[in-house]
Design a protein around this ligand. Structure first.
Ligand code: BGC
Length: 261
């Protein structure tokens, strides 16, 4: 039997107090990793994830900080060092869609905030992670992009720009470190049932519209992302680097062309 084995691995998942990050943390722990549950503000929610992992016999700890602030990122990684003695897996998951604003009417401060969280954060976390992974010649950095690294999305130009840039960042850094035991790759989730899009799936009309944009005609569940992240971070995926894997129920295969055309 082939099993995903992350035992002995120390992982940090940013934005793990809810949504995809939480599911990724739970799956990592189930595969045997020691998991850093990073949070921005919701300390209690992060501690609840830690408690759930510990109750299931796993190992985890919560770490706070704002990934868009380089000084806080430095402290975050120092805290992880102090608790875990190093790092083997980083998941750059923390992110935000931002408010819907057409470019012409948009507020530059809002645009910059999304870029700071969704792009500069992963950059700074990656720098810190590489400082630890390159000397040990082992590591995996997994960036959570989105189908919107490929699909334009009116009103979300900061988000789509950040995700497309994060994709190219993934490939470029993967190229830089490929011979040094560190894999860098991305997952592009489609519409997954998390707090980020709760307003959409919470409304029957917008849910129907969203379902029609997905070939499988249903939202994904957080666990369907968490499992793939565990696999990609494990040695089962030892020959995968510098690419994005879409986990989107077929959002990227133009479901509209199932008819007509
Ligand atoms: C966004 C979600 C959206 C999904 C599909 C994701 O990247 O965060 O809000 O539902 O893409 O459009």
């Amino acid at each position: 039997m082939i099993a995903i084995d992350l035992s002995g691995r120390r992982a940090l998942v940013t934005g793990a107090s809810s949504g995809l990050g939480r599911a990724i943390a739970l799956n990592f722990a189930a595969a045997g990793a020691r998991v850093g549950v990073h949070y921005l503000k919701d300390h209690d929610a992060a501690e609840a994830v830690v408690a759930q992992i510990q109750q299931a016999g796993g190992q985890a700890a919560a770490f706070g900080g704002d990934v868009s602030q380089p000084a806080q990122v430095e402290k975050l990684f120092a805290d992880v060092d102090a608790a875990f003695g190093g790092l083997d897996i980083l998941v750059n998951n923390a992110g935000m869609d931002g408010a819907r604003e057409l470019c012409a009417d948009s507020d530059p401060a809002h645009w910059q905030r999304v870029i700071a969280v969704d792009l500069q954060g992963p950059y700074d976390c990656t720098r810190q992670a590489l400082k630890r992974m390159l000397p040990q010649q082992r590591g995996v950095i997994l960036n959570i992009t989105s189908v919107h690294e490929f699909i334009p999305w009116a009103g979300y130009s900061a988000y789509t720009s950040a995700k497309a840039a994060l994709s190219m960042f993934t490939k470029t850094v993967a190229q830089e470190v490929a011979t040094q035991g560190v894999r860098v790759l991305a997952i592009a989730p489609g519409a997954i049932r998390t707090p980020i899009n709760a307003a959409v799936w919470g409304n029957p009309d917008s849910l129907r519209d969203l379902d029609q944009k997905i070939a499988m005609c249903r939202l994904g569940e957080p666990d369907e992302i968490g499992r793939v992240c565990a696999f990609l971070s494990s040695d089962l995926a030892s020959y995968i680097t510098g690419t994005t894997l879409a986990v989107d129920g077929g959002m990227l295969i133009y479901p509209d062309f199932n008819h007509g055309g």
